[in-house]
Ligand binder design. Structure first.
Ligand SMILES: NC(=O)N[C@H]1NC(=O)NC1=O
Length: 176
């Protein structure tokens, strides 16, 4: 990992370094990072977060669904096989998803599958802000949403994941 850097240092990074450091703040979507490069300089970390959120919000529904599809399943095959990104693995393990009771693991797998069939993208929630019980509860609740309501909710979770990832990189005193 990288040492925490100040926003002033962020603004003076080369594009290549910027992409290397921030390329996965939105899971497997370095395009988002490449796009917000144009919005520098950032006044604060909150400003950087807002520019990222603006870019994501500016995408058509298919682009938003595409971002969601870049996310791995929670407690899915990638967690078992060790092929998650470092960020995602850390988040999923911290939420207790590696140590699920077999019944919870089965339930999560079944609900994940049903969710993906209904919406066409995997269930995304900020694991850093939810423990395994909250994740299972939210999954069951959000499954009942209309697709038009669910897409913006899922995208808000992407932004929360992004904010937590940014706050592990950029020095700041902002609290979620
Ligand atoms: N599917 C999904 O929510 N994935 C994730 N959430 C999170 O906080 N990290 C992830 O990888």
């Amino acid at each position: 990992m990288f040492a925490m850097i100040a926003i002033g240092e962020v603004n003076s990074l080369s594009y290549e370094d910027f992409l290397e450091i921030f390329g996965n703040v939105v899971e497997k979507c370095p395009l988002v990072t490449a796009a917000v490069w144009s919005a520098r300089p950032f006044a604060t970390l909150a400003d950087m977060e807002a520019r990222i959120a603006e870019f994501i919000d500016s995408l058509p529904a298919a682009g938003k669904a595409g971002i969601l599809r870049c996310h791995p399943d929670l407690a899915g095959r990638d967690l078992q096989s060790g092929t998650l990104t470092a960020e995602s693995e850390q988040e999923q393990v911290a939420a207790g998803l590696r140590s699920l009771e077999p019944a919870d693991a089965t339930r999560l797998r079944r609900l994940n599958l049903q969710y993906k069939e209904r919406f066409g993208y995997p269930f995304v929630i900020c694991a850093g802000l939810n423990d395994r019980a909250a994740i299972l509860r939210q999954l069951a609740e959000r499954f009942a949403n209309e697709p038009q309501r669910e897409l913006p909710l899922a995208i808000e979770e992407v932004k929360k994941i992004c904010c937590l990832r940014l706050r592990r990189i950029v020095a700041s005193d902002i609290k979620l």
